[in-house]
Design a protein around this ligand. Structure first.
Ligand SMILES: Nc1ncnc2c1ncn2[C@@H]1O[C@H](COP(=O)(O)OP(=O)(O)OP(=O)(O)O)[C@@H](O)[C@H]1O
Ligand SMILES: [Mg+2]
Length: 597
């Protein structure tokens, strides 16, 4: 997926496959599910009793023998009616309570799965993603799953069961017409709902997309708050946001109108069936074919039948909506990262460590190669510097070493092991990096440093802070080391962020160190002090240093000059100066600058 964006094309059918994904979660809690189903049956049983109780009540009250009616029987019927009503609601509540745990557990599991998966996807996915939309998709997806599980288990199947029981009862006790009307209306209702809901899915999708898009726009704009202010573009941003909101509003309106059509059609079908049945029953009572109690019973069954049927329509609609939501999430889960551990990947074993770039070729896209035949070696405990113009591909080298991308051709070896053959976890464990741009978690300075090694003790973190020359700065802060750094670390200066990043790496103490412009934002004095500390730390380490300021890498064992993705020179500082090539030119330019400054 390296060469494309994350823009899944939703297909327009119901994806019943999704149901299959949910089965394991239901099976995992099968006892709970079973208990909930038992409660469901009790609730349904209670509600089926009600029309019969009503019929007997009416019949015994209405006949000529009403004076002779035993008060005990009447009381019994009334109490039974009350008990049935209560049981229906009570068992329904019990069912929801018991089943709640099952859906929550499933939501938690799936939420975690998606989270892990998204972290496993390649850098490219994350560079192309739209965070706001992604978060919305995941949120809607997990909610959708809970909904789907609850209603599939407790509404669709039980309602169908209830309908067939009612049809059976009507057929058994009364004329065929009632059963036929019921059956016909249920079928008409079902077919209509199915078709109309299919048709409506596009509007639901449209609405969700508009929702995600406006969310992305708002988030992006807020993240770039400073830039918006620098350019005085508040109105421009507001207009852009409003354009998205306008689409959202329109999509909502379409969605609502289509809902109106669906609900209207359903109501019409139900009303027709009810009219037919009531009419039929009324005539039969008039002709003395059935009693008033039967009339009540039929009416009651009808209400009880069409209520869940109406609900079924709602549920079906919601299920379709949930499906559309879940689909997005499962598409996300179906994306596979391009960089994965080789089958049976071994652990990286380190002796030196010795790093070899062996004729590495790479481009982010096929059309534009970035690195051509890059070969160089960093011997154990050596410090090798990579220099070159902006955009030459220096940071790309580092990303390749971390295996964010695999070479198109060539290989990268650490102590003779191709990094594609070892597990990513052990590879990344072995390398520490101070990246070109440090972003921090919105947490305290102290915890941000501890991120380098979450198991480190407080004194160890303090030591790293001291070595990175952060302690003086921390002392100046009113809240000290507990100062929050703001989202992405925006409340720290560039140099401060860099030092947090250095402290993190010091704490991690990996055998291989990589510095990508690690001290570029520091003043010369702090830079010198930190470089001294880093030299101390790097003494027993293999290190790869990328630098613009050449004065910081004079002491490197070797300097590799990268120009447009190719190595054009390499050697020590003195050798390269003597050669009088690229490096010598860069050096002279920087010397002149330093003198004039
Ligand atoms: N994810 C990406 N997708 C496409 N192109 C990229 C990507 N990342 C970097 N590039 C391009 O690759 C080239 C090399 O980038 P790289 O970051 O390696 O440069 P650099 O040598 O580190 O430059 P600088 O000194 O400015 O940091 C650049 O032209 C950049 O535009
Ligand atoms: Mg760079």
């Amino acid at each position: 997926m390296r060469h494309g964006n994350f823009e899944p094309e939703p297909d327009t059918r119901v994806n019943w496959q999704i149901i299959r994904h949910l089965v394991p979660y239901l099976l995992e809690s099968r006892y709970r599910v079973g208990l909930a189903l038992a409660f469901l049956l009790l609730a349904k049983g209670a509600i089926l009793l009600i029309p019969f109780l009503l019929k007997h009540l009416v019949d015994s009250l209405e006949g000529q023998s009403v004076q002779a009616l035993a008060p005990g029987l009447l009381l019994g019927l009334v109490l039974a009616y009350g008990a049935a009503r209560f049981s229906n609601v009570f068992f329904g509540e019990l069912r929801d309570t018991v089943f709640g745990r099952v859906t929550e557990r499933a939501m938690r599991r799936i939420g975690l799965q998606v989270f892990r998966h998204v972290h496993a996807l390649d850098l490219d996915f994350h560079l192309n993603r739209r965070t706001g939309a992604l978060a919305r998709d995941i949120e809607r997806g997990t909610t959708g799953i809970s909904f789907l599980m609850r209603f599939f288990v407790f509404n669709i199947a039980p309602t169908l069961l209830e309908i067939s029981m009612v049809v059976g009862i009507l057929l058994y006790n009364y004329s065929l017409s009632y059963a036929l009307i019921t059956l016909a209306s249920v079928l008409a209702y079902g077919l209509f709902s199915l078709r109309a809901t299919e048709w409506r899915t596009q509007f639901v999708r449209e609405m969700n997309n508009a929702d995600s898009a406006s969310n992305t726009r708002a988030l992006d704009s807020l993240l770039n708050f400073e830039t918006v202010k620098y350019f005085g573009n508040e109105d421009f941003e507001a207009r852009r946001y409003d354009r998205e909101l306008e689409k959202w509003e329109l999509a909502r309106r379409r969605n609502r109108l289509s809902l109106f059509g669906l609900n209207g059609g359903q109501a019409l079908i139900i009303a027709l069936a009810q009219t037919g049945m009531i009419g039929l029953a009324a005539w039969q009572v008039r002709d003395g074919e059935i009693t008033l109690g039967d009339f009540i019973l039929i009416n009651q069954f009808m209400i009880q039948l069409f209520l869940p049927l109406g609900f079924l329509g709602f549920v079906f609609r919601e299920i379709k909506g949930s499906m559309a939501n879940i689909e997005k999430m499962f598409e996300l889960l179906a994306l596979s990262p391009t960089v994965v551990d080789a089958p049976g990947a071994s652990e990286l074993t380190l002796q030196g460590p010795r790093i070899v770039f062996d004729r590495v070729n790479f481009g982010y896209s096929r059309e534009r190669p970035i690195l051509h035949d890059v070969s160089f070696t960093v011997e154990p405990r050596e410090k090798v510097a990579v220099v070159g113009t902006s955009g030459a591909g220096k940071s790309t080298l580092v990303k390749m070493l971390f295996r964010f991308y695999d070479p198109d051709k060539g290989r990268i070896l650490i102590d003779g092991q191709d990094i594609r053959q070892v597990s990513q976890a052990t590879l990344r464990q072995a390398i520490g990096i101070v990246p070109q741009d440090t972003v921090l978690f919105n947490d305290s300075i102290f915890e941000n440093v501890r991120y380098g090694n979450p198991l480190a003790s407080d004194p160890e973190v303090e030591e790293a802070i001291r070595l990175a020359h952060l302690d003086e700065f921390i002392r100046l802060l009113p809240a000290g080391r507990d100062t929050l750094v703001g989202e992405r670390g925006l409340k720290l200066s560039g140099g401060e962020k860099q030092r947090v990043s250095i402290a993190r790496t010091i704490l991690k103490r990996p055998p291989i160190l990589v510095f990508d412009e690690a001290t570029s934002s520091l003043d010369s004095k702090t830079e010198q002090a930190i470089l001294a500390a880093l030299r101390e730390i790097a003494r027993d380490h293999t290190s790869l240093v990328i630098a613009h300021r050449l004065s910081t890498i004079i002491d490197a064992d070797r300097i590799v000059v990268l120009h447009r993705g190719e190595i054009v020179e390499s050697g020590t500082h003195e050798q390269l100066l003597d050669e009088g090539g690229h490096y010598a030119g860069l050096w002279q330019a920087q010397q002149r600058k330093e003198i004039t400054v």
